[in-house]
Design a protein around this ligand. Structure first.
Ligand SMILES: Nc1ncnc2c1ncn2[C@@H]1O[C@H](COP(=O)(O)OP(=O)(O)O)[C@@H](O)[C@H]1O
Ligand SMILES: [Mg+2]
Length: 378
């Protein structure tokens, strides 16, 4: 069968957003974000890592409504470590969209901004021209931020800026970054913000602690796993398009084992798609999962060396329980011969290491493949 143009070889995409065709569900969330934008409410998008925040933002930006009515910009704050780097990234995102031709970008940006200079460089690997940003005064990136925001504020089309891994700005050496951004954001009637992040604790704190500049300045959206009712038909359809059949009980088993966590699901499905079996049975799925965890086994044993014996046993127990509701209940501690007195402290340590996460008082293992491996192996 001939492949259509721009069609990926594997419909289960692992890196980055492709298009709506390969994006499963998130219809309600997409609508909620579009509503927030339309009504000029800033929004905080929170979830565990790899659940689909970045993809969801891209999906929203790629929607017909956003494409026709808004100017959308995306910045990932994760690699930035100070305000100047952040301002450069934001400049690059904005300036990069001024024109489709690089020489016109430079001309336009030079005319628009006094303190931000685009420089054309050539990518060492591809040889393609790229825009780099230099600030006139590296020590005062806030001046360039002023310029950027004034430019956005006067644009005819409303602007949406998504700042991914936003909690990163709280780590900058410039301690006033939050207050500085907040002041700008407060006054911008033409710009709506989406703040997104995986470090729930840090991010929640920024927006819900009354002594922080962003206190109550945005609505919160917690992204959960895609429901099985939506994932199942998506998987079935994509497999069918590749002349493969997957049985409902196989999808269900996969979803339960991985708690529906998006990246783990996509990864396993990506591999199943290329397996030689045309009918993907439960047996085939188990073989695939075993193969996947086998690849990382050395890493998992390293984890064991990094944890104390108590932490390791508790981690195993949580993996086996899948969802641990009452960590100090006798039924639990006796079952796994745990010392009740040390449970809370051990949970805290595992949480800090991001080996487990807590949601509404329920504990689960963070890495779904590790959890599977722990259940199978011990
Ligand atoms: N709705 C979706 N349908 C299909 N794949 C998705 C969907 N959302 C996310 N993914 C995939 O899951 C993985 C994690 O998504 P990502 O957006 O990077 O998560 P996060 O930003 O929350 O860490 C990526 O490989 C992405 O392609
Ligand atoms: Mg992300």
């Amino acid at each position: 069968m001939k492949k259509a143009k721009n069609q990926p070889n594997n419909p289960f995409i692992l890196a980055g957003y492709h298009s709506a065709k390969y994006f499963c569900d998130r219809e309600k969330e997409t609508q909620r974000i579009l509503d927030a934008i339309y009504n000029h409410r800033n929004l905080v998008l929170l979830s565990l890592r790899r659940m689909g925040k970045t993809d969801l933002i891209e999906h929203v930006f790629n929607s017909p409504k956003a494409k026709s009515e808004y100017n959308c910009f995306y910045v990932d704050a994760y690699p930035t470590s100070n305000l100047s780097e952040f301002v450069k990234l934001l400049s690059k995102a904005i300036i990069g969209k001024l024109d489709s031709k690089i020489e016109n970008i430079v001309k336009k940006a030079t005319a628009l901004f006094k303190s931000i200079h685009p420089i054309v460089s050539f990518n060492e690997i591809t040889g393609n021209p790229e825009i780099e940003i230099a600030l006139r005064n590296e020590n005062h990136p806030e001046n360039s931020l002023d310029e950027l925001f004034s430019y956005l504020q006067q644009k005819e089309t409303p602007v949406v800026i998504a700042i991914d891994e936003f909690q990163q700005i709280a780590q900058y050496p410039e301690k006033n970054t939050e207050a500085l951004l907040r002041t700008h954001i407060q006054h911008m009637t033409n710009v709506v913000f989406i703040f997104s992040g995986s470090q729930r604790h840090l991010l929640m704190n920024m927006f819900t602690a009354y002594n922080r500049p962003f206190y109550q300045s945005a609505e919160l959206l917690f992204l959960q796993a895609i429901p099985l009712q939506s994932y199942a038909p998506f998987v079935k359809k994509k497999m069918k398009e590749g002349n493969k059949e997957i049985l409902p009980e196989t999808i269900e088993y996969l979803y339960t084992e991985l708690a529906g966590h998006t990246w783990y699901m996509q990864y396993t499905l990506n591999k199943l798609y290329t397996s030689s079996a045309t009918v993907i049975t439960l047996l085939e799925l188990k073989r695939q999962l075993d193969e996947i965890v086998k690849e990382s086994e050395a890493l998992y044993f390293d984890y064991r060396n990094l944890l104390t014996a108590t932490q390791w046993v508790l981690l195993q127990s949580i993996a086996k329980e899948r969802e641990l509701k009452e960590p100090t209940a006798q039924s639990f501690t006796q079952k796994y011969t745990l010392v009740p007195g040390s449970i809370q402290r051990t949970l805290k340590a595992l949480k800090e290491k991001e080996m487990i996460y807590e949601e509404n008082g329920i504990y689960s293992v963070y890495n779904q493949f590790l959890a599977y491996w722990l259940r199978e192996k011990f």
